[in-house]
Structure formats: structure tokens, C-alpha cells
Design a protein around this ligand. Structure first.
Ligand code: GLC
Length: 452
């Protein structure tokens, strides 16, 4: 089947190099089944950059950023001056003072939205650490960051604790590349692009220092911050041969500290990319390999002051159903505000998503894809011996639904939103179900036993 993704067939692009799940040890296979059950997570991009309406980190990379119109606009507003942009960006930690930060409120919002886990940026590519690391002074607990006096100054601790208290799974976003670390971007050489600004083979001692730095940061995060479910490693350019971070040793260390840890070594392939993470896109067909699409609720990962335009909840619900019927998870991205809150428009969307899931979650959580997966506007999933056919529609459901996967003879069909059993008839190709009028909703779930 041809893909209509502008970047070509996503599975062909991402899956080669994927490690066969059956070759993982049993404990890891079990953890992946747990991961597959969760279906919906939240990814939060946060840091001093939230104060500006530029991209997270990327404005620091001249070569990569020219293509990014928004970042360019940000420079233009600052006199087309890259040096000045970088200097001012690097000073954003000095004004980062989220007075209304309350991670319990974030966790409650995630739970209300039907999220099962949260991925939080412990460190983005810009290198600013949201935990009290001993590896650098470029961190939220340093005296030059006003937030350091807050009772919950160590953001990673506060956020992870709050998530755990609400039973949410924890995924730690960590950028392997670090555009602040002098062993990645050395002050002795001119800056080039997103890569180290020196030849790692020609300067092995420098690179070894960077390896040790990353190792120590990972050690801190996985030692001092309680149980963590997944390590979400961004910055896929950090891979052998030129940027070998010694992943086997790093993973062994990580799992000695956190048995059961899932690792997503994004885009690298191989044993440590336990699940694949398509970005801002959804697979065009079902895939029996663990995957998680990370997709923003609005137009950017981070909060853009005064500029956010969020997708309607209905679009997100449809997307979630589409992903789940193809075997994936949705990791929905929002960025907290400089005050430390969730934007009220984002919160309104999250609430609507949660309200739909409270009624229809049986078709989502813990399910597995069922052929024909997706047929027109109907998404099929299965669990506990039942089939769930989720009909995606506008406000009002169609009056008749055609099911390509027919119910067992004599088996009633029921809506998750209404207890009355519905009758169905066979038209020679599909089972036709008439839906009674119902309150407006984004999607209607029909549940039944399928014919063998
Ligand atoms: C990309 C970007 C990054 C963002 C991430 C989220 O890899 O580099 O800015 O954090 O995707 O998926």
C-alpha cells in the first residue's frame, strides 16, 4: 500500500534495523506488552525556552535552523543576529521563574485526560537540566535561575513524584546531544551544525569526556528519581560510528539501576530502540511492532506565548483511534507555560479527550488491533473476547453503520455509550447496524462478539 506521507512510507523508513521483539528477553517482551496496553501518553516540553516564541533549542543551530521559518523569524526580530539570539537564549535561565508551578495539578490534568503515562523533558538539546545535577551548573537549581528558591526547585523530582502519586507511568525524555556541553560543542572550534563541532576520532579524549558526562547524567536520573518506565533518548544523530555513546554499556548501567526499563533510542534501530517513535505522523497500516507516534496538540512541542492554536479534541480522538487500531500509542505533546501552568485552551482539549475516554476507553486501553484494522471511518480493536468498532464522525453519528467484521450470528451489538442492544442485518457483504439518535460525540463505539 502506498503511503501518503510526504516523507514516504513510514514503516519502510523506520523499521529496517528494528530488533525482533521475540529475541528480547521475556521480561522485556512483557514490559513491551505493558507499554502497548497504555495507548495514550502526554509529552511535556518545558524549560526556560518556554518564555520565547521560538523553537525549543533549535535556534542555537544555525545550519539546521535556517529551514525553520519560525526560528528565523525569531532571529529577525532580534536583528538577524545569530550571536545575539544565542546569547539571549542562553540567558533565559536567569528569568525562568514559574511561580504557579504545581505538578499535582499537571498530574491531575493528565489523569483527567485519560493519559496513562507522561514523558517529561529532563534535558533538551540545549543542555539545560531540569534536575539538580552535579554534572553542570546550567540547571534549574543553580543560583542564577530564579526558580532555584522554589520549594520544588528540582523539577524532575517534583514532576516524577506527582505523576507516580497518580499512578501514571513515567518516561524520561533525555537528549543525547548537548549543545551546551563543552565536550560536545567545544569552545576550541567553530560551531557547525547539530553534531559535535570536532572530529571525534581525531579527539578521542574529548569525546570520552562527553561519553562519561552522558553516563553520569543518566546515572543520576535513574538513581535518585524513583522508578522510571522508559528512557526516551532523543538526538538520534548520536550513534556509531562518529558519535558512539556506547549504548550497550549505557543500557546495561540504566537497567542495573532500573530493572524493567524500556529504552527508545530514537531512530537508531537495533536492540535499544525498543519501540519506534514516528514524529508528527501516523503509520498508514497496522504494524505488529511496538510503536508510539509523538504528535503535538498545537503547532509546536513547546508553549509559544500568545501563539498557540490547538487542534480540536475531536481530531485528537480520531487520531488516537486510528493509531490504536494499527497497534500504536499516541504521545500527545503540549508545553507548559512560563508560569508553570497548562494553557487553558490545551486543558479544555484534554478534558474533552478524557470525557470521551471515560465512556469509550474499553475500545482503547489494553486492546490489540483486529483485521481489517481500519475500514473507511471504522476502526477495529479487540480485547477480552470482544470486538470494538469505533465509528469516527462529526458531531452526529451516522444513522447506519456498515461493519466489515460481522458479529457472530445472534450476537447483539451494543454502543459503549448506551446499554440498549442494537439489532443488525446482513446485506451480503457487511453487517448493517442502525444507530439510535444520541448526544453529540466525536466517535461512537460498537461492541460485540465477532463471528469465528
Ligand atoms: C525532535 C526535535 C525535538 C523534539 C522532539 C520531540 O527530535 O529535535 O525538538 O523535542 O522531536 O519528538
Amino acid at each position: 500500500m502506498a503511503s501518503d506521507s510526504p516523507r514516504g512510507d513510514i514503516i519502510a523508513r523506520t523499521l529496517p534495523g528494528a530488533f525482533p521483539v521475540a529475541q528480547h528477553p521475556p521480561w522485556l517482551q512483557q514490559r513491551l506488552e505493558w507499554f502497548r496496553d497504555q495507548k495514550l501518553g502526554l509529552i511535556l516540553h518545558w524549560g526556560p525556552y518556554c518564555q520565547w516564541d521560538c523553537y525549543e533549542s533549535w535556534g542555537l543551530v544555525k545550519a539546521d535552523s535556517w529551514a525553520r521559518l519560525e526560528t528565523m523569524r525569531c532571529w529577525v526580530e532580534r536583528d538577524r543576529d545569530f550571536e545575539r539570539f544565542s546569547r539571549d537564549y542562553r540567558a533565559l535561565n536567569r528569568t525562568f521563574d514559574p511561580r504557579e508551578f504545581d505538578p499535582a495539578v499537571w498530574a491531575a490534568a493528565a489523569v483527567d485526560a485519560g493519559m496513562r503515562y507522561v514523558c517529561f523533558t529532563t534535558k533538551h538539546h540545549d543542555g539545560f537540566c531540569l534536575w539538580d545535577t552535579a554534572t553542570t551548573a546550567y540547571k534549574v537549581t543553580a543560583p542564577d535561575c530564579p526558580h532555584h528558591t522554589h520549594p520544588q526547585a528540582d523539577l524532575v523530582r517534583a514532576v516524577f513524584d506527582a505523576l507516580r502519586q497518580r499512578g501514571l507511568g513515567i518516561s524520561a525524555y533525555f537528549s543525547k546531544s548537548d549543545w551546551h556541553c563543552p565536550w560536545y560543542w567545544s569552545p576550541d572550534f567553530p560551531l557547525r551544525d547539530r553534531h559535535p563541532n570536532y572530529d571525534t576520532a581525531a579527539h578521542p579524549a574529548l569525546w570520552a569526556q562527553f561519553q562519561a558526562f552522558v553516563r553520569e547524567q543518566i546515572r543520576e536520573l535513574l538513581t535518585d528519581y524513583g522508578p522510571i518506565d522508559a528512557l526516551w533518548l532523543d538526538g538520534g544523530q548520536v550513534r556509531p560510528p562518529h558519535q558512539d555513546i556506547q549504548m550497550p554499556a549505557l543500557a546495561a548501567l540504566a537497567r542495573s539501576l532500573q530493572p524493567g526499563l524500556l529504552i527508545a533510542d530514537r531512530t537508531v534501530g537495533g536492540e535499544f530502540e525498543n519501540f519506534i517513535t514516528p514524529e508528527q505522523e501516523v503509520l498508514d497500516r497496522a504494524l505488529d511492532y511496538p510503536w508510539e507516534s509523538c504528535i503535538t496538540l498545537g503547532g509546536s512541542w513547546k508553549y509559544m506565548p500568545g501563539k498557540m492554536d490547538y487542534r480540536p479534541a475531536r481530531a485528537v480522538i480520531h487520531q488516537l483511534c486510528d493509531i490504536v487500531c494499527k497497534g500504536g500509542n499516541l504521545l500527545l505533546g503540549i508545553g507548559p507555560t512560563p508560569q508553570g501552568t497548562f494553557d487553558s485552551d490545551a486543558l479544555a482539549r484534554l478534558r474533552e479527550i478524557g470525557a470521551w475516554l471515560r465512556v469509550n476507553g474499553a475500545a482503547i486501553y489494553g486492546t490489540r488491533p483486529v483485521a481489517p484494522f481500519r475500514d473507511g471511518d471504522v476502526c477495529y480493536t479487540g480485547g477480552g473476547g470482544l470486538v470494538y468498532a469505533t465509528v469516527l464522525h462529526d458531531e452526529v453519528a451516522p444513522s447506519t453503520v456498515a461493519l466489515a467484521l460481522p458479529p457472530a450470528a445472534g450476537s447483539p451489538v451494543r454502543r459503549l455509550a448506551g446499554p440498549t442492544p442494537l439489532s443488525w442485518r446482513w446485506d451480503g457483504q457487511r453487517a448493517l447496524v442502525d444507530l439510535p439518535p444520541a448526544a453529540p460525540t466525536a466517535a461512537t463505539v460498537l461492541c460485540y462478539r465477532a463471528a469465528d
